[in-house]
Design a protein around this ligand. Sequence first.
Ligand SMILES: *Cc1c(COP(=O)(O)O)cnc(C)c1O
Length: 380
Amino acid sequence: MVDLKGQYEHIKSQVDTSVLDVIESTAYINGPEVHQFQKELEDYLGVKHVIPCANGTDALQIAMMGLGLKPGDEVITADFTFAATVEVIALLGLTPVLVDVDPVTFNIDVEAIRRAITPNTKAIVPVHLFGLSANMDEIIEIAKEHDLYVIEDNAQAIGGTYTNKNMQKAKAGTIGHVASTSFFPSKNLGCYGDGGAIFTNDDDLAHIIRGVVNHGMYERYHHDVVGVNSRLDSIQAAILRAKLPHLDSYNEARRNAARKYSEKLKGNPNIITPTGACDSEGSICDNCDCHVFHQYTLRILNADRDALVKHLNENGIPCGVYYPIPLHLQKAYADERYNEADFKVTNQLVKEVISLPMHTELDDEQIEFITQTVINFVNR
Ligand SMILES: *Cc1c(COP(=O)(O)O)cnc(C)c1O
């Protein structure tokens, strides 16, 4: 699914030198590399504050702690996503409110958000799924109307751009009150272990969050709030510093691969290719960076998706099903408040979706073989 080795080979000398330098320096925790990476990521994103932390799940939890969300507060998020989002809501004693998604973008359905709002609603967590920003214009408008926080889960869309209705561009994860991301190795900007970060343009919130990640300390050994211990290691920061200058070209390589996949698969009546979101046709245009294709995800119609997974694996092609079970049906998050009729799209997508290999090292021959194998299966 990913080719981390191939990517490493291209930047090996720089990564190796940086890592060895950290080891020599012995500044393993909160060393200068962490601070430098923070600054470089702030510049890249055009956001005032980046607060590095241990992983993307912590980043979400810390964002919610920083906003002061309290038990009983309802937090709306998508039914079709990775469990981390709903997990931290539940862990903090908040009430998760799962809603359906849009069948074209796979992102949270804004009408479903509107219907889910109650007097207890405090926040919306849009997940920019598979590399495409959610409909932030509408989400920000709903949030303003109802005085809600917007926490962007940007684990899958770092480097992606959102263009608003006035044609202004901003990087995904810099539009809501606060955002989280993950540097898990297979993410678009991945380190060689665990890592994450929180972004915000709000000075006060950034200050609060810097204490929360550090045991609730704002002054050494004075614990003003209940915090956590969540840090990005200096070695991981050094690796991320080596990779950040390549992020745009990595995302471009992903977009090129996506464009080639779609050229080969488009028009097949049994396949819906993912939108590139660049125009009303869903094209993946040449010179924009709306979608950063963390995953390239097809919908398979009139054919057995699970049999296709088996067929691809038998032909030596890795693939993934993200996600096979709606969150509202997971044992940990099932709730009698939920009504099946409200999850029509997610319930359908979990049966149809399949993600093809997607990384920075895919070549034309691999894409040809993968697409031909998919087409042979769905056409038989
Ligand atoms: C990967 C991911 C996370 C969690 O990140 P970790 O670093 O693995 O904790 C959260 N949300 C989404 C949407 C993700 O894809």
